[in-house]
Design a protein around this ligand. Structure first.
Ligand code: ZN
Ligand code: ZN
Ligand code: ZN
Length: 543
């Protein structure tokens, strides 16, 4: 009897270990898919929940781990800094991507985050659109560290409608980054290779964008389903390519009057990107072997539509309902090609977005629109009346750049000049705080918003003064919306982990966006991005 039990025990152990190997043989995911949804507010996951399918956002939430309270921890909350911060695990003060474009103190000109004069476009004949690379990004990314740790065997591909949404996540060592050109092609630059891979050339030759242009854009669901939004054609919506803001949109007309770039500002920019992503997975064999690959996908159409039509338009809601279907379809594709549980997904956003200012004003909240050109003009006028000369080089991204050489040549004291501008700005109706560069350098934890400024401030690239507007004051037109502030309407974004090694769960504990990168690298058991402070999300690491 004893022997029998021993035998049974042994058999059981073998069975148990077999099951264990079957389930846990993979100590790493075959593929990581990083999804960034441009301008996605956490609120959308709640507000549109009743209209979502079970297989898209809800599948991620119901089977994955949801962080309900994740925030950006710096300003300005723009696209390029957002993507860079998610993937480097640090903030603009360190990784150097301090805006989408910014005033370059060395040249005295505006520069773009991914500008690179040394490379050229591949994939179409456009000149400027492909002169892009990650060279201005100073920190390493999750994707860079994956490349290094696999001796460059793990494949890394980034893609987006926006160049910066593709290039920054893919990092310095990427196999490819692809972005959408107004010709309707996904293009790249000679930073990555001499010509596009054949499958991408083939995809572009098929002119897949036309199938979406031909279909036009009408509501996905019956009109009653959109009761979470304001009625269509309301005064808070701007015009998409001069078209009055109501459904349906004749995309053929818009395309004929412009170019294939119009697809960006429709939900179908997201569809086309998902089509391209599937093509990349299939052709590059992503997730096929045991060396982890990485696909960074950034859906940008949500941002274009949010800017023009605002967060409470039915166009915006329709875009999210369609993105829900796109994500459901994409997950089903990953199940089939990589295998359920073999891939890891994380989904977040590069920033959130404000309410439309006019809408708040109409509902008696005293806030206002601000035109940055007016700020620039008023600063120059103030300078001329005060100092007899314009000492302001530029105002952009909440930064004032003072002409230090002129200050010196006039025999003025720079500290005094800064203080005079600060006092002037502090009196403006839209201002909450103004900080000098010295105050930013000496930031301490007790000034909550100064910390947002300091984490977004790179002394070699930012201005001599940085301002924060009052809550609800938005530097944008009276229709639509934007983002950029340190306030929660701009910082509160979704964060969901799903798939390989992720157990269902949720927390409302406050988290910061910079925790994503070190968490992913711990999961992959690879080096952290070089500027990460190592603060991880224990909830998805410890079981
Ligand atoms: Zn963005
Ligand atoms: Zn509308
Ligand atoms: Zn935006």
């Amino acid at each position: 009897m004893y022997k029998f039990i021993q035998k049974m025990k042994k058999a059981l152990l073998i069975i148990v270990s077999l099951i264990a190997t079957a389930n846990f043989a993979q100590d790493k995911p075959k593929l990581v898919v990083g999804i960034v949804v441009d301008q996605m507010k956490m609120e959308y996951l709640y507000r549109f929940s009743n209209d979502f399918s079970e297989n898209g956002f809800k599948r991620l939430m119901n089977q994955g781990y949801t962080f309900h309270n994740t925030h950006y921890n710096y300003m300005p909350t723009y696209t390029a800094p957002g993507h860079a911060s998610v993937y480097t695990g640090t903030t603009p003060a360190v990784h150097g991507i301090v805006g989408n474009e910014w005033f370059n103190k060395a040249t005295g000109k505006e520069m773009y985050c991914t500008d690179d004069e040394t490379v050229s476009t591949i994939g179409d004949d456009s000149d400027k659109e492909g002169k892009m690379s990650p060279r201005n990004l100073q920190s390493s990314t999750i994707t860079d560290e994956l490349k290094l740790s696999t001796n460059f065997k793990g494949k890394v591909i980034g893609m987006s409608i926006k160049d910066r949404g593709a290039i920054l996540p893919a990092g310095h060592f990427a196999d490819w980054a692809f972005w959408y050109s107004k010709t309707g092609a996904f293009i790249s630059s000679t930073y990555y290779g001499e010509k596009l891979p054949d499958w991408a050339t083939q995809f572009n030759a098929e002119k897949n964008y036309l199938k979406y242009v031909n279909k036009g854009w009408d509501l996905l669901k019956p009109k009653e389903a959109y009761n979470e939004s304001l009625t269509d054609n309301n005064p808070y919506e701007g015009k998409l390519y001069k078209k009055a803001p109501f459904m349906p949109y004749n995309l053929q007309d818009m395309y004929d009057a412009n170019d294939a770039g119009v697809l960006r500002s429709t939900p179908f920019g997201n569809n086309l990107l998902a089509d391209f992503a599937k093509k990349a997975i299939e052709s590059e064999n992503l997730g096929k072997d045991n060396i982890t690959d990485f696909l960074a996908v950034s859906f940008s159409s949500t941002d274009y539509i949010g800017h023009v039509l605002g967060p409470r338009s039915i166009e915006l809601q329709d875009t999210y309902l369609r993105l829900d279907e796109t994500i459901a379809d994409f997950l089903a594709y990953l199940d089939k090609t990589v295998g359920k549980g073999s891939y890891l997904v994380f989904l977040t956003a590069d920033h959130a977005g404000a309410e439309n200012v006019t809408y708040l004003k109409d509902n008696k909240y005293k806030v206002d629109n601000i035109n940055y050109k007016n700020i620039q003009k008023e600063l120059k006028e103030f300078s001329e009346t005060t100092f007899g000369e314009n000492l302001v080089l530029d105002y952009s991204n909440y930064n004032v750049f003072i002409d230090k050489n002129k200050v010196k040549s006039k025999g003025l004291n720079l500290q005094d000049v800064k203080q005079v501008f600060k006092d002037y700005l502090q009196k403006q109706d839209y201002i909450k705080r103004v900080y000098t560069e010295e105050e930013v350098a000496n930031a301490n934890a007790s000034d909550y918003y100064l910390n947002f400024v300091s984490k977004g401030y790179d002394p070699t690239q930012n201005g001599e003064l940085v301002m924060i507007f009052k809550p609800g004051y938005v530097e944008y037109s009276s229709t639509g919306t934007t983002h950029g502030s340190p306030y929660s309407y701009d910082t509160h974004v979704p964060l969901i982990f799903f798939g390989w090694n992720i157990q269902k769960g949720a927390t409302h504990d406050r988290k910061e966006i910079t925790q994503i990168a070190p968490t992913i690298t711990q999961m992959l058991k690879i080096t952290m991005p070089n500027s990460s402070d190592g603060k991880v999300l224990l909830e998805v690491l410890e079981k």
